[in-house]
Design a protein around this ligand. Sequence first.
Ligand SMILES: [Zn+2]
Length: 309
Amino acid sequence: MNNSQFNTLQASLGTLSFVQLKRLRKCVDDRISADHVGKAIAVHEESVSECAHCGGHHFTKYGTTSRGQQRYYCKSCHRTFNSLSGTPLSGMRIRDKWHQYSEGMWLTMKLREAAKELGVNIKTAWRWRHQLLSQPRRNKPSELHGIIEADETFINESFKGRRKLDRLSRKRGSKGKEIPKVPIMLALDRNGSVTHSVLNRNTREELERSLAPVLTPDSVLCTDGNLSYQTIVKNLPFKLDHKRLIALDNQRVVDGIYHIQTLNNWMMRWKQWLRQFNGVGTAYLDNYIAWFRQMEQAKDDDSWVEYAL
Ligand SMILES: [Zn+2]
């Protein structure tokens, strides 16, 4: 449609009744949703390279599903799967609402609002949220380069979202004690790559397991005075320049460029954003870091459905 035709169409909207406008809006929403989701699925279909059941590589096309997804037949395990099998979207049944829901992820839409707007229940909205986060959670950089900042932070342990029984038994055990803190290792470089690990315990071994693999030769690691980092650097198979910034307020800067303030600012923004959830279950902490990371790194026209696949 050319511009003048579009202008005519737009002008004609003024003649529609309230009910007609609402019907039109539904129609437009459905089309936008089908378009975005369809595009994301088409791109994803190109990259299907293994059987969703056995991981085998010998499969043939085998018609389409009732929802229009390409179906495959695996020659190794003799089962069928479709292009969405094993992806978070395969568990989300109401396809015409995916796009609308996923757009709400950019705005950190409240579950109650999302559920109401889409006409699904809160449990469904909650499940979708975490399904849409399962891929971003895996989307971590494998390496950091240049000036790398690393630090730990702590969040109160919480059993929110767990089954009731589970929670009760754990609560009884820690009665009267201080709430345990969950340690998180965060590291970033100045190119904008951010990685994180939720740790079980704040030990050098655990820090090392999540930090050492992303460190690269010819980089400079900036940390606070925590002695664990010294050992981690010593244990690396290559030499790495390590700047320990020992100051009570983490504000120290060496040579004008070596500091951990980029990371401290990142943590502050994340914790501020996290506050709106009124406590996050420890089991889901990983998702809530990935969510924030994805929002900070995304470009304007990115679609969340694309990230989820
Ligand atoms: Zn198979």
